[in-house]
Design a protein around this ligand. Structure first.
Ligand SMILES: C[S@@+](CC[C@H](N)C(=O)[O-])C[C@H]1O[C@@H](n2cnc3c(N)ncnc32)[C@H](O)[C@@H]1O
Length: 221
């Protein structure tokens, strides 16, 4: 088994990636745990996490650092947030999820990870949780909704520091099932530009997620 550190708390293990477990001995989605030196690594499944798929497909801008403050929209049961929690051990990850059922599962995950802050609310209404969230280094959005780009822009404007990075996961079929995915990607990129953001990297997520793209953005001045 070949193991290399490829980022802060992120490892490559043969053709897989993994993060250093913040909560040793605890699995989040039955992922494999591997002992390595004095650490426990958690395999990061690209079929369960679009961020893992982006990394495996060559993501070059990885904005998550040990002390990063992150706003995560669409936390679901916490699969990807848990890996970000492994990386940002000295930071905070504010996780917004509007489904009470998902939030219940998420609370199990966040109960042993002090850097995950659960917020049960609707990400289309960022003013609802403005009093709970500080300015952040990264805004990550994965909500699979028709209005996902607007929702992302509204949150970015309210919470992103000037040098923040935004990561928007677009599911073409959530926006319009009749349009070609590539046309949707162009349209959403235009919306990001009109909203004052510049796309600095884009990664299609197939074969892990069909008709999905990751847009990595920053403020354009
Ligand atoms: C594709 S899943 C997210 C998967 C998760 N990001 C991961 O990788 O572990 C989308 C989630 O967004 C949530 N969601 C959709 N619209 C939302 C909204 N307006 N506000 C908050 N959460 C929303 C859904 O309930 C669902 O749990």
């Amino acid at each position: 088994m070949q193991i290399n550190e490829i980022g802060e708390n992120v490892y490559q293990i043969d053709n897989n990636i993994a993060t250093v477990n913040y909560a040793p001995g605890v699995q989040v989605y039955q992922e494999k745990l591997i002992e390595y030196e004095d650490k426990e690594l958690r395999l990061w499944n690209p079929r369960r996490s679009k961020l893992a798929a982006s990394i495996i497909k060559g993501l070059s801008v990885f904005p998550f650092k040990n002390d990063s403050k992150v706003l995560y929209l669409g936390a679901s049961a916490g699969t990807t947030p848990s890996h970000i929690s492994d990386v940002c051990t000295g930071g905070r990850v504010y996780c917004v999820e509007f489904s009470p059922t998902m939030m219940r599962d998420f609370l199990d995950v966040s109960s042993c990870r002090e850097n995950l802050i659960p917020i049960l609310d609707d990400a289309t209404r960022p003013y609802n949780y403005q009093h709970l969230v500080e300015d952040v280094d990264v805004v990550y959005s994965d909500v699979a909704q028709a209005t996902q780009t607007k929702l992302f822009l509204d949150n970015f404007k309210l919470f992103a520091k000037d040098d923040a990075i935004g990561i928007l996961m677009i599911k073409a079929r959530s926006i319009d099932v009749t349009m070609k995915p590539d046309d949707i990607f162009k349209q959403e990129k235009k919306h990001l530009k009109q909203g004052g953001l510049k796309v600095i990297e884009e990664i299609k997520l197939d074969p892990y997620e069909k008709d999905h793209i990751a847009f990595i953005c920053e403020k354009s001045f």
